[in-house]
Write a protein that binds this ligand. Structure first.
Ligand SMILES: [Zn+2]
Length: 448
C-alpha cells in the first residue's frame, strides 16, 4: 500500500483511486522530474533593474518543450476513473465551486456574505493597481524595479523577483473577482498572464515546473502558479490549458515528501505553510476534473496529523504551535470534507476567533479569514467586521500606489514587499464569493 514520494532519483508508484487493494493498479514514473530539474540552470537571480536586463530575463524563459498530449491521458487511464472524476466524497475533498465569481453572483454574495460597498471598491482599485504593474510579457514581479522603476516601495527583499508566484497571486486576484479572459475590462491582461504561466512551464517527462532548485522558494512559487493555472482552467474550460495544468499538478505529486508534506524544494521534509498552497492547487485540480492520486491526498491527511499539536492547533516544523499554522490546518480540515461539528474544527475556530485578525500578518489573515468564513455564524461576523474594515482603512488612498497595501512588521511582508501584501489583502476581501461555503450553509448564517 505504500507510496514512495519525493525520493530523489527514485520512482513513484501511484495506486489507483478507489479500487480494492487486490485490484490496485500501479503506474511507474521512472524518469524522475525531481532529478531532471536539478540539471537545468536558468538564471532567475540576476539583478532586474534595467529594460535590457528585463528583456534578457524574458528571453531566458524557455519555451515549453513539446508536450506529449497523451501523457495526461495515460496517467488518467492508469490511475482510474474514480480519481479522474474529481470532487465528491470519493476524493474526500469538499465541493469547490467557483460559481460565486460570476458578475451577478459576485454582487449578490458580496452583499449577503458580509462584504460592503467599500470593500468591493477596495477590490476594484486593488485590481487597477495590479493591472498597472503587469509587465509586457504578461507576468508580474515582486521586484518593483521591473514594473515601475521602483516608484512603489518597499520592493521584495528576497533574492528572487518571484515572478511565478507574483503572476500566480495577481491572477488569483483577478480570477477571484470573476475576471476571466472574457472580461471586457481585464480580459486581455488576464489572458496574457495565463499565457505567460503556460508558456514558461518547463516540461520534463511526465511533469512540468516553473523554477528549479536554484530558486529560493521553488515550491511556494510552484504551488501558487499551479493554483492560478488550475483556477483559470476550471473557470474557462479552455482545452489548451488542460495538459499544462495536469503536468504542473504531477510535479506537486512527485515532490511530496514521504510524510505527506512539501518543502521549499522536493525531497526533504517540509511544513504546513508550503503544503497549504500545494493542497489548494490539488483541490482545485480535483474540482477541474484533473487527475490527483488518492494516495497523495491520503498522505496529506497523515501530514495534518503529524503537524497537529494537541487537540486543535498546528505547528511549524518542530516549533511550538502557532496561530498561522492553526489557521491553515483548520481550513485544510474543512476543505477535506471534515464535519463542521468535528471537535478539532470547532475548537480551532474558537481559538482563531479569540486571536482576532492580525494587523500585519496577511498570511495568517488570509487562511484564518477563509476558515472563519467557511464556518460562518456569529464568530465569522465578528471577525469579518474587523478584518474587512481594517483592510478598507489601510489601503493606500491616492498617488501612484493607490489601491495597494503595505504592512510592516512581518517576515512574509518583508520578503514579498508591497506587492505581496496587496495581493493577500485583495484575496481576503474577495472571500465572500471566491469559494462558496463548502458546508452549503444557508444565507442566514452569513447575512448581515
Ligand atoms: Zn509602482
Amino acid at each position: 500500500m505504500g507510496l514512495g514520494t519525493g525520493n530523489r532519483g527514485g520512482s513513484l508508484t501511484i495506486e489507483s483511486g478507489d479500487a480494492e487493494p487486490s485490484e490496485l493498479q500501479t503506474f511507474e514514473i521512472s524518469d524522475s522530474a525531481i532529478e531532471a530539474q536539478e540539471s537545468l540552470a536558468v538564471d532567475h537571480q540576476a539583478s532586474l533593474t534595467s529594460p535590457a536586463m528585463i528583456e534578457a530575463v524574458i528571453q531566458s524563459v524557455q519555451p515549453v518543450e513539446s508536450v506529449d498530449p497523451s501523457v495526461a491521458e495515460t496517467i488518467a487511464g492508469v490511475i482510474g476513473q474514480s480519481v479522474a472524476a474529481g470532487g465528491g466524497s470519493s476524493m474526500g475533498f469538499a465541493e469547490m465551486s467557483l460559481s460565486g465569481r460570476t458578475k451577478e453572483n459576485r454582487t449578490r454574495l458580496a452583499k449577503e456574505n458580509g462584504g460592503s460597498e467599500e470593500s468591493e471598491l477596495a477590490v476594484e482599485i486593488a485590481l487597477a493597481y495590479l493591472a498597472e504593474h503587469q509587465l509586457n510579457d504578461g507576468s508580474w514581479s515582486m521586484m518593483y524595479g521591473m514594473s515601475c522603476n521602483g516608484e512603489c516601495e518597499p520592493s521584495c527583499s528576497g533574492k528572487d523577483p518571484y515572478r511565478y508566484a507574483a503572476t500566480g497571486l495577481a491572477l488569483l486576484c483577478f480570477l477571484g473577482a470573476g475576471k476571466t479572459p472574457d472580461d471586457e475590462q481585464y480580459g486581455t491582461l488576464v489572458s496574457k498572464g495565463i499565457y505567460f504561466l503556460q508558456q514558461s512551464l518547463r516540461t520534463k517527462s511526465d511533469s512540468a515546473y516553473w523554477v528549479g532548485t536554484e530558486a529560493s522558494a521553488q515550491m511556494y512559487e510552484h504551488g501558487i502558479a499551479t493554483l492560478a493555472l488550475c483556477e483559470a482552467y476550471q473557470m474557462t474550460q479552455a482545452k489548451e490549458l488542460k495538459d499544462s495544468c495536469q503536468l504542473a499538478i504531477n510535479f506537486i505529486v512527485l515532490s511530496q515528501y514521504k510524510d505527506g508534506g512539501w518543502d521549499y524544494h522536493p525531497g526533504t521534509p517540509g511544513d504546513l505553510s508550503i503544503a497549504g498552497w500545494q493542497v489548494m492547487a490539488l483541490k482545485s485540480a480535483v474540482a477541474a476534473k484533473l487527475v490527483v492520486p488518492q494516495q497523495t491526498i491520503r498522505a496529506v491527511d497523515q501530514f495534518l496529523d503529524k503537524t497537529r499539536s494537541g487537540e486543535f492547533m498546528f505547528k511549524y516544523r518542530s516549533a511550538k504551535p502557532s496561530k498561522s499554522m492553526t489557521a491553515i490546518g483548520v481550513l485544510l480540515q474543512i476543505f477535506r470534507s471534515k464535519s463542521k461539528d468535528a471537535r478539532a474544527i470547532e475548537k480551532g475556530i474558537e481559538y482563531l476567533a479569540k486571536q482576532e485578525p492580525s494587523r500585519s500578518d496577511m498570511y495568517y489573515d488570509y487562511y484564518a479569514t477563509q476558515a472563519m468564513f467557511q464556518y460562518g455564524g456569529p464568530l465569522w461576523k465578528n471577525w469579518n467586521y474587523k478584518m474587512r474594515d481594517y483592510l478598507v482603512r489601510t489601503q493606500t488612498p491616492n498617488g501612484h500606489m493607490r489601491g495597494s497595501w503595505w504592512f510592516d512588521d512581518d517576515h512574509s511582508n518583508k520578503i514579498g514587499g508591497r506587492f505581496y501584501g496587496t495581493c493577500m489583502a485583495c484575496l481576503i476581501l474577495e472571500v465572500y464569493y471566491r469559494y462558496l461555503p463548502v458546508y452549503g450553509a444557508d444565507a442566514d448564517e452569513f447575512r448581515f
